[in-house]
Structure formats: structure tokens, C-alpha cells
Design a protein around this ligand. Structure first.
Ligand code: SF4
Length: 367
């Protein structure tokens, strides 16, 4: 048969340098990774590892933990050793915690050399220690903690200010011949953020970590992140992403993965194609779509399941999907690969779809 073509993408990836965050490659041709950050106290090792396990199970590639105190630094070796995914220590100001995180076996450290430099010229030692240990760095420029010098120059955290800060921070490592870092330039306004990343991507081949900072509660934060990341990823900009939500971090990971899947930047897994319902619907489409989503959550094979409210567009969509239902008159026509395999009463639609999905997944080799 014909070899399957890869799904289309909106633009080729911009060429960036590849770095490693532990076992995960970031930049170059590496798949775009999804990150999140623990909300637990880092000192509470068990809760942190529990949360990391949940994040891993939900499809998180890299996790960050805060390290504001010596007690947090002391917890890092155990967390780094037991985590299933690479751990990044998030550090502001204190160089000693950067060295502690490197010694602890963290895969990477988020730290801005500009901050370290104010205390002592330890950037060179950090570059050397990170290079020795194979640890990478993220320079995390953030509108909320922009250098006062740049705030004064630009009046506020504009895209230009964020980029100038990032390029300067990068130079502090580059002058010590250290290049294993990625950069983020986060702002809570998607428009400023998009402009900043676009400008930054013109200035160098640094791998870029995308984020809209303080994006807000789940609904607003999801939309802000999806629009901003969509604008950038559709131009090939972005090597790793973190959705920030005022919601449990597992939600950030789900949203991040869904954004990448929507743009064909990550293989689609379960996809529910459901209609919005309208006056023609003869079943409760919302309920049906929710029940089918819930029943199939966690499926790891790519499966398109159509849930359609009536027989107008129903059969067409259901036929295009691997599996689907077109409802009408208190019954559901169940389609598999375009064929109506049976018609069941409304009360049996969900269980029949789930049964068939499991059977297809088996055939596709779901472990
Ligand atoms: Fe309306 Fe039928 Fe289309 Fe659903 S499939 S939106 S019920 S016309």
C-alpha cells in the first residue's frame, strides 16, 4: 500500500541549536516537549514525587520545582533521582543553590545569570560546573522581574525590553563559551509575548521555551496560551512549551499536549469529533460526548471518534472517523471505518462505542 504521509504542519520548524535536559532533547529536530511545574513544597519530597508521577502519567516531558531555600536544595537529590522525567530546579538570585542543584543531579537549572552577577561574578563558575555535569540552563526572562535598568529605558516590559534583556543574559554565558541554554521571554499579554519571541528568534539560534506568564485561571489561561503558542508554533517558533494556569499542573500538561496535537506537532491520540448540537439533535450531544470522552480517557492509540447529534452531517463525519455514532429517533447508528456495523438504542450508545474502541485499540496493538 501507499506509505502514510506525515500529517501536514503549518510551517517548518525554525532551526535552533539542540540542547539536552537530561534524557529529553530540546531544540533542533527534537519533538516539542511539554513542561509543567510542581505546586507542592519541594521540601515535601513525597508529595512532590507523587505530583511528578501524576504529571508523567498525563504526558509531561520535563518538570520544574522551586528552590528558594536550603531545605529545598537538600530535597533535590532524592527528587532528581526518583523522578521519572528530567527535573529542573528553579532558582532566583542565590548562586549556591545553582551549584547545589547541579550536584543534586538535576537535569537543568532555570536561572538568570544577570541576577547572579549582581552578587558575585560567579557566572563563569556556574558555566563550568554545568558544562562538567552536562546540565543545561534556562534563562527565564519575565515581564514581572525585568531588570530595572531596562524598565527605566523602555518605560515598561515591552517586547523590545524582554528581548534586550534575554540577549544580554545570553551573552553573559556565551562570553564563557557556554551554549547549553534555552531562553524564555514571558509576558502575561499574548501579543507582547508573541512579538518578543518573534524578535528573539531572529537574533540567534537559541532553543526557545514558550510561556505566557500568569495566564490566569484555566479558561482564560488556556485560551491565552493556545492563541499565543498557536501564533508562534504556526511560524515554526518554539522548542518546548509550558502552559501556566491557576489550576492543577496536570491540567497544564493536558492543555499543552492538546495544543501540540491540534497543530500536528505531536501525534494525535484520542480525538473526539463531536458536533455542537443544534435544533436537529435528537440526543443530548453534550452528555454523550462527555460520557464517551470519559470512557475512553487514557487511550494511547490514535483514534478518531465521531459523536454526532443527528443524521444530517452525522453519517458523513462518522464515516471519516475510525469509529462513530450518528444519532436519531432514540437510536444510534454505530460506524466503524465507514461501515454501519449496528444500530443500538440510545441507552447503549456509550457502552457500544467504548466496546468498539477497545476492540480497535486491541487490533492496533494497544499495550
Ligand atoms: Fe445539528 Fe446534526 Fe450538525 Fe449536530 S450533526 S450540529 S445535531 S445538524
Amino acid at each position: 500500500g501507499m506509505p502514510a504521509l506525515p500529517p501536514p504542519v503549518l510551517a517548518p520548524r525554525r532551526k535552533t541549536r539542540k540542547i539536552k535536559v537530561g534524557k529529553v532533547e530540546v531544540g533542533g529536530d527534537a519533538p516539542i516537549s511539554v513542561q509543567s511545574m510542581c505546586t507542592t513544597q519541594t521540601t515535601d519530597i513525597n508529595s512532590t514525587l507523587q505530583q511528578i508521577a501524576e504529571l508523567t502519567a498525563s504526558g509531561c516531558d520535563i518538570v520544574r520545582v522551586a528552590c528558594p531555600t536550603q531545605e529545598d536544595a537538600d530535597a533535590l537529590p532524592t527528587i532528581a533521582r526518583k523522578s521519572q522525567i528530567p527535573v529542573i530546579a528553579d532558582i532566583h538570585f542565590q548562586p549556591k543553590y545553582v551549584f547545589a542543584a547541579i550536584d543534586a543531579g538535576c537535569a537543568a537549572v532555570r536561572v538568570n545569570p544577570g541576577n547572579i552577577r549582581k552578587f558575585d561574578d560567579q557566572v563563569k563558575q556556574i558555566a563550568a560546573a554545568a558544562k562538567d555535569a552536562g546540565v543545561s540552563i534556562r534563562i527565564g526572562v519575565n515581564a514581572g522581574s525585568l531588570d530595572p535598568r531596562l524598565l527605566e529605558k523602555y518605560g515598561k516590559a515591552t517586547a523590545e525590553a524582554l528581548v534586550e534583556s534575554a540577549v544580554w543574559e545570553a551573552s553573559l554565558f556565551e562570553e564563557h563559551d557556554f551554549h547549553d541554554f534555552k531562553i524564555s521571554v514571558k509576558h502575561n499579554d499574548p501579543v507582547v509575548m508573541v512579538k518578543a519571541y518573534e524578535m528573539l528568534s531572529e537574533r540567534g539560534d537559541w532553543p526557545l521555551h514558550l510561556g505566557v506568564t500568569e495566564a490566569g485561571p484555566a479558561f482564560q489561561g488556556t485560551i491565552k496560551s493556545a492563541t499565543a503558542f498557536g501564533a508562534l508554533l504556526s511560524k515554526g517558533i518554539g522548542d518546548t512549551i509550558r502552559v501556566s494556569l491557576s489550576a492543577p499542573p496536570v491540567e497544564e500538561v493536558k492543555v499543552g499536549n492538546q495544543i501540540l496535537q491540534s497543530l500536528n506537532l505531536k501525534p494525535r491520540k484520542l480525538e473526539i469529533v463531536s458536533c455542537p448540537s443544534c435544533g436537529r439533535a435528537q440526543v443530548d450531544v453534550y452528555k454523550l460526548a462527555d460520557a464517551v470522552s470519559a470512557g475512553l480517557e487514557g487511550m494511547t492509540v490514535p483514534l478518531r471518534v465521531a459523536v454526532m447529534g443527528c443524521v444530517v452531517n452525522g453519517p458523513g463525519e462518522a464515516r471519516e472517523a475510525d469509529l462513530g455514532v450518528a444519532s436519531g429517533n432514540g437510536k444510534g447508528q454505530i460506524f466503524v471505518k465507514g461501515e454501519v456495523i449496528k444500530t443500538v438504542p440510545e441507552s447503549q450508545i456509550v457502552e457500544t462505542l467504548i466496546e468498539e474502541a477497545m476492540r480497535i485499540a486491541d487490533e492496533m496493538g494497544e499495550p
